[in-house]
Design a protein around this ligand. Structure first.
Ligand code: DAH
Length: 346
């Protein structure tokens, strides 16, 4: 094979390949071209393989030229392939535009449990009045739940609370949040305290639309020098007005609790323009919202305070009942059933 011919063939190969490349308008055509020239049996591959067959004296010149042709073709091919891809993408975008205004699919978000919501409402109101939240245990000693609250064993007042006993002697599920008072007092005496004690309570009762074996209470306790019934009345009025409307009046009835003396129950007047008023208040216009009183001197003493020096008031309310009134919920069992149809309404 004379040298001129071999190198001439390379020149022909290059110009043919470049001409074909120029007519390849899309990615598929380009790839077809690539196989034709650079595939295993492609023309460029063969031209390179032919180096060995070129006479020795001409081999170097031929080799150089063959490699130059290879690189030139590869470079053009790579540039055209890039262009073709870009063009295809632009075409796709313009024919099938991406609609960025389409609203995103909503993420299903939960809400706070209604009981949590009402508790937080209560915390916020009492926070304004200077009360801090204090949490205590749900499994209590009989001593804290009853005895230190002025109910010795066999005291008839214990019958006010149907108690769940644990298998450990002397340990009960707390029947009210009042034993928390003992914890707060013993931790803070002789200093003044102003706290609310929210939490779950348990009573061994027949479950019905009106009573559950577990329910929330919020206890309040305020102790200091010169604390009077007037302060209690002011705090409850302020609470009732923030919770149930600025016009609310409160009514105080005398009552009995072993841990307070005197003891009271507090009613609020229900808005006259509420069509449910008669049903909720049994026709009286008044609705009971909590029990309260002045902390019994014996309880103060049990908590480590000197009843000669300080006085205090306490109250206990049922937030679930308040929510039931506010939102016309007619079955207390709905609270802990975890039925989405109920929970989603809050
Ligand atoms: N512990 C009482 C109950 O569960 C409610 C109560 C009444 C709490 C009067 C008090 C209070 O702190 O002073 O029925």
């Amino acid at each position: 094979m004379p040298e001129a011919t071999a190198v001439e063939e390379l020149a022909t190969l290059e110009s043919t390949a470049q001409a074909e490349l120029a007519t390849a308008t899309d990615e598929a055509a380009l790839r077809g071209w690539n196989t034709k020239y650079f595939g295993d049996r492609g023309a460029v591959k063969q031209a390179l393989a032919a180096i060995g067959k070129v006479p020795k004296e001409q081999r170097a010149g031929y080799g150089l030229e063959a490699n130059r042709v290879k690189v030139a073709l590869e470079t053009t091919y790579a540039a055209l392939l890039e262009q073709a891809k870009e063009a295809a993408m632009r075409k796709g975008l313009s024919e099938n535009p991406l609609d960025v205004t389409l609203p995103a699919r909503p993420l299903p978000r939960g809400t706070l449990h209604p009981a949590t919501q009402i508790l937080r409402q209560i915390y916020a109101i009492f926070a304004e009045l200077g009360f801090r939240v204090y949490r205590t245990r749900e499994v209590e000693t009989d001593e804290n739940n009853f005895e230190l609250l002025n109910m010795p064993p066999h005291h008839p007042a214990r019958d006010m609370w149907d108690t769940f006993f644990t298998t450990t002697p002397g340990q009960v599920l707390r029947t009210h949040t009042s034993p928390g008072q003992i914890h707060v007092m013993r931790e803070n005496a002789p200093h003044p305290v102003r706290v609310i004690l929210p939490g779950m309570c348990y009573r061994n009762e027949a479950i019905s639309t009106r009573s559950e074996i577990q329910f929330l209470q919020v206890e309040g306790l305020c102790i200091g020098e010169g604390v009077t019934m007037c302060d209690l009345k002011g705090v409850i009025t302020a609470f009732a007005r923030r919770m149930f409307g600025p016009e609310r009046q409160i009514r105080i009835r005398s009552s009995y609790f072993p841990f307070t003396e005197p003891s009271i129950e507090v009613d609020i007047d229900w808005p006259a323009d509420d069509p449910n008023r008669d049903r909720l208040t049994k026709g009286t216009g008044w609705l009971e919202i909590l029990g309260a009183g002045m902390v019994h001197p014996t309880v103060l003493k049990n908590g480590g305070y000197d009843p000669e020096k300080v006085t205090g008031f306490a109250f206990g309310m049922g937030p679930q009942r308040m929510l039931m009134l506010q939102r016309a919920i007619d079955d207390i069992r709905l609270f802990w059933q975890n039925d989405q149809r109920f929970l989603k309404q809050f």
